[in-house]
Design a protein. Structure first.
Lengths: 668, 320
């Protein structure tokens, strides 16, 4: 951990100080050093199951620094480190596109290092300092493009406000706990947690869910996500979506399970409800978005929703005394987090490659990229199939595990849980379906068919380092999909350390995946082998038939059918907007699209149309109906408050005096 | 038996199921067309016509649209491959299929979904309006059918404490009263709606339409020709057969081989063919009397299926 911190800070300084040519390389190499140090430490913790502890009273005044890395935190450290290594590798190629400034090269190592250290924080003060460092570093990175794009500033503003409101809620929750426990280390809070008054426990948990939920992008606290993720440079989006939002989940598990030692069923029903709403809302918006990175951002909200369903289910089962199943649900949630980091990282990175190659993220202007950028296309394809939970990729294993935990937890639980679980399964299913729509749209419109603009037609493959960064994470999707057992024992230990009193090994088997004590087996590698074998057999059959019968060349290319027209143009293709139109109509009440149709006729006759303009846009219902009123209320108060501030020093002195008197009166 | 014999036996069973499903699937389509023709007062093509069609298609030259990438050609291959995998491991003729422990209902649904997604991607790769139209509609209907499907699986799995398909079928054999339980009947009702939606039958999609604008599935496969079209036809008929086969085995499991042995498996295959043919005839008869629903009324039908499934899941919890 010391090496992590040291390498990270040197990287930041190097990134800030060195001349333009060397600074990116220096920052990246040092960040790798930091990541590898963290990775080694975290893997050791995961392997042995023992926490590693570090105390230092010199670094932070008054409180000192306490670092404790337990298996739960170690999982998040590993995820962050892997995503960070891939994203910084990508950064080497991407840097020439506006990410080689001093600010960026200093903030990126800082961001990575703070994310690596947050899960290792062992006391309230340490945690909050690192959390804040992470928020500020990421805010700087979101702002990197602000000179070129107007929207970036507004996105950063949203992000800053949401992340700080969240941080304030976390601050209250943790300070409340440490004040009642009388000590600010997490270990002390854990010991005192059961003697705390119920009201304190409830308040702390609700505040923590709000605060960490806003970081995890849980609906309705997600509004910053579809703004900040698209506007940030792509390696930063990958880091934010693949690593930072996970820490929101970590926070909820930390406070709910680790610090408070679990709680009543309604806590976890609340978390599950939050998860269901996030999953559905995120998936629906992902399915109707036409901006590639906005689509990915909404899908992050959707995936975090699924993780929250897992966390909530784990809490509910633990609250009704079924610790083994609770532990499986927690493993499912952690596996979903790991998977999400792998596929969302690769998707954001390849979306960045598309943006670099074509200059746009608008799906309606893309198309035909599979032939022009084959590697980026294949990487995106792997990520998209994984996120749609299709075998033989990793997303499938995660969702299977979540489904199994819900299925097996169901008959053993109370009425409230018994109603929540089918709803959770339905949400899981609808989310799965909508995600499939969203990503068939993303691949089909973005990468297949004919190019819809000249930029897309002129696209070329991006530099090798960018392909490697994205490809590395896509490779992980395949590996995790084929042999999930390489991570499951570690996740089992992490879940055991998170769910109080749960058995340590819940999953076993090398090829088959068994659930301990339950009837549930999945053999992802066998399934994949079967698919590969069948694919080979089908191709062989086709070739064999051809050999027997046809003398002509094997494949002819021809103009596709156009209802008898000679010429087909790219404009006739379905676009992302038209692809999502049926869904948009079905969910009209939820997405509330704005549509406008303008038909102008030629002057001679009303029967001939000169021009048709169709315009449609989809806003965020929650942003418009919940946040806008709050913002205008704040504005209104701001306007009123201006009257207080007229520039007269005498008046300001009077304010100071009045405030002092009031404070003294309150204290005495 | 030795390990080697086990492997051979497993391979034989899997092969028998795959051949039955692929050949039987094409014959099933022929039977359904024949029934329909008879009820409409026509003679109709012979029952083995789809087999002849596919054989002819395989002899033709492959033809792809100008702009298409490798995804277009991969679509039909993956479609058939997923159907083959499901045919090999599902409890169709026997309750102990090879690798039956991995024949999880949830897993099988997602393997089949991989087939639909690959076909939808192939359709978008054509770069034509019809491909996109079909792909968009098919994916929308698929997405809306998904909740009903998974909750139906949940409802059937709760009493059995597992979502493993062979176990579900075996339990039906051992405890017939479980089949008549309201949970399973409601869930199977919802499963029927889903089968109609997934395999593009009336009232959701008209498999014999010739008007591009009303097509769903046919619009998706409009650009496929020759061997690729042959694979699509084969894959689609296999999927219909598989879904019907699972339905009948969950509803009336009798006839399925519950012990190893060539004779019982042959009986199992025969029983499967008979039951699936009856289900196919029922669907064909139903189709004669039904008109296609407007596209935007389909979600209501699927919502109905979803409600049935949720009711099934809730009764499974109450009645135990």
């Amino acid at each position: 951990m010391v090496i992590t911190a040291a390498a990270g800070s040197i990287a930041a300084i190097a990134g800030g100080a060195l001349p333009a040519k060397t600074r990116v390389w220096a920052a990246v190499v040092l960040t790798w050093g930091s990541c590898i140090a963290a990775l080694v430490g975290a893997l050791a913790v995961l392997h042995t199951g023992q926490s590693s502890v570090l105390n230092s009273s010199q670094i932070l005044p008054l409180t000192g620094v306490t670092m404790v890395l337990d298996p739960l935190g170690a999982v998040f450290v590993v995820v962050t480190a892997v995503v960070a290594i891939a994203s910084t590798l990508y950064w080497l190629g991407y840097a020439s596109h506006g990410l080689s400034t001093r600010t960026a090269s200093a903030a990126l190592p800082l961001f990575v290092t703070s994310m690596l250290l947050v899960p290792a924080a062992g006391s309230v003060a340490t945690f909050l300092v690192l959390w804040e460092l992470m928020a500020l570093a990421s805010l700087m990175l979101v702002l990197v493009d602000q000179r070129r794009r107007e929207e970036t500033r507004s996105a950063a503003q949203w992000y800053a406000v949401m992340t700080h409101v969240g941080a304030a809620a976390i601050l209250f929750a943790l300070v409340l706990l440490s004040a009642h426990a009388g000590d600010q280390t997490f270990a002390a809070i854990r010991v005192h947690a059961h003697h705390l008054p119920t009201a304190v426990r409830n308040t702390a948990f609700v505040l923590a869910v709000l605060g960490f939920g806003s970081k995890a992008g849980a609906v309705p606290l997600h509004v910053w996500l579809p703004k900040a993720h698209p506007e940030a440079p792509s390696p930063v989006s990958a880091l934010m979506s693949g690593a930072m939002v996970n820490l929101g989940i970590y926070g909820i598990v930390l406070v709910g399970d680790r610090l408070l030692g679990g709680g009543p069923v309604w806590w976890w029903l609340m978390v599950t409800a939050l998860g269901v709403v996030s999953a559905l809302f995120g998936a629906l918006h992902a399915a109707t978005s036409t901006d590639l990175k906005r689509l990915l951002a909404y899908s992050t909200a959707d995936n975090m929703g699924l993780v929250l369903i897992g966390v909530g289910a784990s809490g509910m089962f633990a609250a009704s005394g079924h610790r083994a199943i609770a532990s499986i649900a927690m493993v499912a949630a952690l596996l979903l987090t790991v998977n999400h980091a792998a596929f969302k990282g690769s998707l954001f990175l390849s979306a960045g490659s598309v943006q670099v190659a074509t200059g746009t993220r608008d799906l309606d202007r893309l198309g035909g990229l599979m032939r022009r950028m084959p590697i980026t296309g294949a990487v995106f394809m792997v990520g998209a199939l994984s996120i749609a939970a299709l075998p033989p990729f990793n997303g499938f294993v995660g969702e299977w595990l979540l489904f199994q935990s819900l299925l097996h937890g169901l008959p053993t639980s109370s009425t409230a849980v018994a109603i929540a679980v089918p709803v959770g399964v339905a949400a899981l299913a609808l989310t799965g379906g909508l995600t499939a729509v969203a990503f068939v749209k993303a691949i089909g419109v973005g990468f297949l068919g004919r190019p819809r603009s000249e930029e897309a037609a002129a696209a070329h493959e991006v530099p090798r380092t960018m392909q490697m960064g994205a490809g590395m994470l896509a490779g992980l999707c395949v590996v995790l999909g084929l042999v999930p057992v390489i991570v499951l024992p570690a996740l089992g230990r992490a879940a055991a350390s998170a769910v109080p009193g749960a058995p340590a090994t819940t999953l076993s088997g090398s090829v088959d995946l068994h659930l301990a004590g339950l009837q549930g087996v999945l053999a992802p590698a066998l399934l994949a082998a079967g698919l590969a074998l069948a694919t080979g057999a089908v191709i062989a059959l086709r070739q064999l038939a051809r050999r027997r019968f046809t003398p002509q060349p094997a494949l002819r290319r021809a103009e596709p059918w156009g209802s008898g027209r000679e010429l087909q143009t790219a404009r006739m293709q379905y676009t992302a907007t038209s692809f999502a139109e049926p869904l948009e109509r079905v969910f009209d009440d939820v997405v509330r699209p704005d549509r406008d149709l303008d038909v102008s006729h030629v002057s001679e006759s009303r029967y001939y149309v000169e021009k048709v303009t169709y315009w449609t846009s989809i806003g965020d219902v929650i942003e418009q109906n919940v946040y806008r009123p709050v913002i205008s209320a704040v504005h209104w108060w701001g306007q009123r408050a201006r009257a207080l501030q007229n520039g007269s020093v005498h008046r300001y002195l009077a304010y100071g005096l009045v405030a002092l008197v009031v404070i003294l009166a309150v204290i005495t | 038996m030795t390990g080697f014999q086990n492997v051979v036996a497993a391979g034989l069973v899997a092969g028998a199921q795959i051949v039955t499903v692929s050949v039987g699937g094409l014959l099933l389509v022929g039977v359904m067309r024949k029934v329909r023709s008879h009820l409409e007062g026509r003679v109709g093509p012979p029952i083995h016509q789809p087999l002849l069609d596919v054989r002819k298609l395989f002899t033709k030259q492959r033809m792809h649209p100008e702009q298409a990438s490798w995804v277009f050609g991969a679509g039909p291959v993956v479609l058939v491959a997923t159907a083959v995998v499901v045919a090999a491991i599902s409890p169709l003729a026997t309750t102990r299929p090879p690798f039956g422990r991995s024949a999880d209902f949830f897993a099988i649904v997602f393997v089949l979904l991989l087939g639909s997604v690959s076909l939808a991607l192939g359709a978008l790769d054509t770069g034509t309006p019809f491909g996109g139209m079909g792909s968009s509609r098919a994916m929308t209907i698929g997405a809306l059918a998904e909740p009903a499907l998974l909750v139906a699986i949940l409802a059937m799995s709760i009493p059995a404490h597992t979502s493993n398909l062979p176990v579900l079928v075996r339990m039906g054999l051992a405890h017939p009263e479980m089949i008549a339980s309201p949970a399973r009947i409601l869930a199977l009702g919802s499963f029927v709606v889903i089968i109609l939606a997934e395999s593009g039958r009336l009232p959701i999609d008209n498999p014999s339409t010739h008007l591009e604008l009303t097509m769903i599935h046919e619009a998706m496969v409009l650009e496929y020709a020759g061997p690729d079209l042959g694979l699509v036809t084969l894959g689609e008929s296999m999927r219909l057969t598989l879904l019907l086969g699972l339905l009948v085995n969950l509803l009336v499991p009798w006839g399925v081989a519950d012990r190893p042995g060539a004779v019982s498996i042959v009986i199992g295959l025969g029983a499967l063919a008979g039951k699936v043919a009856l289900a196919g005839i029922a669907i064909a008869t139903f189709e004669v009397f039904t008109a296609k629903l407007r596209l935007f009324r389909v979600p209501e039908l699927l919502a109905g299926g979803f409600v049935l499934a949720v009711l099934g899941a809730v009764t499974a919890l109450v009645v135990r």
